[in-house]
Design a protein. Structure first.
Length: 219
């Protein structure tokens, strides 16, 4: 696996002031974040929108994790406000290849998120067209959901088949399991509550990153 391992702070909120606070915190310890976008339909929760992100005026580079139905309707809006990448859910559309094509036409990177119960075989025909695959290790929509360890087996299988692929994981990652996550083959580890719900988010981020790098480095 040539791609370096990284911890991606994941920002999930429906409150503009909380959004601004988390972004300002993130600016002190990272240059890349993920914004979780929820429509109240694909998942029960609602969140911020592209307009909220546009109001931030941040120097952070970022990706949008679209937990929404009809993700194709969101791509242009997020591209216009500065997304470097969009990640949409395989389960949210009947035409994932068309969503990928539309993202490419907008000149933004595109990834595919996969819910815990979705088999790898379902997404295999699309993998070569993607910049990343993001495995959900919780049922999506909320901070603090319970980690589903069986997802690590899927990550290990995909890593074996695609050694140079960017493979992400999102949900329930914390200090107690991030080493195991890193050893599974995930190289983009999204973390929300274990960073932003802690007293010192920057220190928590640095600790998580050190644990992940240590676990993934060869002896």
């Amino acid at each position: 696996m040539d791609k370096p391992i990284r911890v991606v702070p994941s920002i999930l909120t429906d409150d503009l002031e909380a959004l601004r606070k988390m972004v300002r915190q993130a600016e002190t310890f990272t240059d890349w974040v993920q914004f979780d976008i929820m429509d109240g339909k694909f998942v029960l929760s609602h969140s911020i929108t592209d307009e909220h992100i546009a109001s931030l005026k941040t120097k952070l580079r970022w990706e949008a994790h679209l937990m929404v139905q009809h993700p194709e309707k969101y791509l242009e809006g997020f591209q216009q406000v500065g997304a470097q990448r969009v990640i949409f859910h395989y389960e949210a559309t009947s035409s994932p290849r068309e969503v990928i094509s539309q993202a490419r036409s907008l000149n933004i990177d595109v990834g595919l998120a996969v819910n815990p119960d979705t088999p790898i075989a379902d997404i295999s025909p699309l993998i070569d067209e993607l910049d990343c695959v993001l495995f959900m290790s919780v049922h999506p929509g909320f901070y603090g959901s319970k980690f589903i360890p069986e997802v690590l087996d899927k990550i290990a299988d995909l890593r074996l088949a695609y050694p140079d692929m960017e493979i992400g994981i999102d949900g329930g990652v914390k200090e107690g399991n991030i080493a195991l996550v890193a050893c599974s083959g995930a190289n983009s580890i999204c973390v929300g509550s274990a960073i932003f719900c802690q007293e010192q988010p920057g220190e928590s981020y640095n600790t998580l990153l050190a644990l992940a790098i240590g676990a993934s480095s060869p002896l």
